[in-house]
Design a protein around this ligand. Structure first.
Ligand code: NI
Ligand code: MN
Length: 226
């Protein structure tokens, strides 16, 4: 699978010829709005971890352009279904076999309210198991003991973790999370977008290197293979 970073927690993941967009927040992101054309993005599915605007701003325009199925928790998919979008509702601990692979919606410690005040249920993350690889997209979360459950079922090839601090885990907690997840290859996200979450890239990478782990920080539109 190929993962491309669009800033904050926004990604394009290509698996088995299917296109998956995660938490699209591009048109409102000063770092990516001039670099990523949301109208040319391909999407068969849009995975939404939680309702906050820095994860959902471009969900509707991408879904309108592509007809993609929106995958999230029950409250979030209800919100989009009422607006006429195609959805696949899930909830915590549940998994489903999609045509590109298996997706499990897992626990996150955070909040989840849409910009218009609608409650977005409990926030979550996703484990994707496809092409004999397993990746974990934590979404916005604190460090949680529940992360230890994930490698019991899914030996991880990559964990996508927030590292910006203030609203989510910071780098120090993400290093502990990588131990809980038994994963040595970390893709950082949810940093630099706003003043509260600006980080020192060199220091962040060094903290993982000291634990013999790799922290990858991709430029906007940068990608990696899993
Ligand atoms: Ni959030
Ligand atoms: Mn966020």
């Amino acid at each position: 699978m190929k993962i491309t970073f669009f800033g904050q927690n926004s990604f394009h993941i290509e698996i088995a010829g299917k296109n998956i967009i995660v938490d699209p927040f591009i048109s409102g992101n000063e770092l990516s709005k001039d670099k990523v054309d949301i109208h040319s993005l391909k999407a068969d599915y849009i995975l939404v971890t939680h309702a906050h605007q820095d994860h959902t701003l471009d969900v509707e325009s991408i879904a309108k352009n592509t007809g993609a199925t929106i995958v999230s928790n029950f409250e979030i998919t209800n919100y989009y279904e009422e607006k006429g979008f195609t959805v696949h509702p899930m909830n915590h601990g549940g998994s489903w076999k999609f045509d590109f692979g298996k997706v499990k919606y897992v626990h996150a410690i955070h909040t989840s309210t849409f910009a218009d005040g609608t409650h977005g249920g409990q926030p979550g993350g996703f484990v994707i198991s496809a092409e004999e690889k397993n990746i974990y997209i934590a979404g916005d979360t604190a460090l949680t003991m529940d992360m230890k459950l994930i490698p019991m079922q899914f030996p991880l090839d990559l964990a996508i973790l927030p590292i910006g601090d203030n609203f989510t885990m910071g780098v120090d907690d993400a290093v502990i999370a990588s131990d809980f997840l038994d994963c040595n290859r970390i893709l950082g996200c949810h940093y630099d977008t706003f003043g509260f979450i600006k980080i020192d890239h060199g220091l962040a990478k060094e903290k993982f290197t000291m634990k013999k782990k790799e922290l990858i920080l991709l430029p906007i539109n940068g990608s990696l293979e899993v």
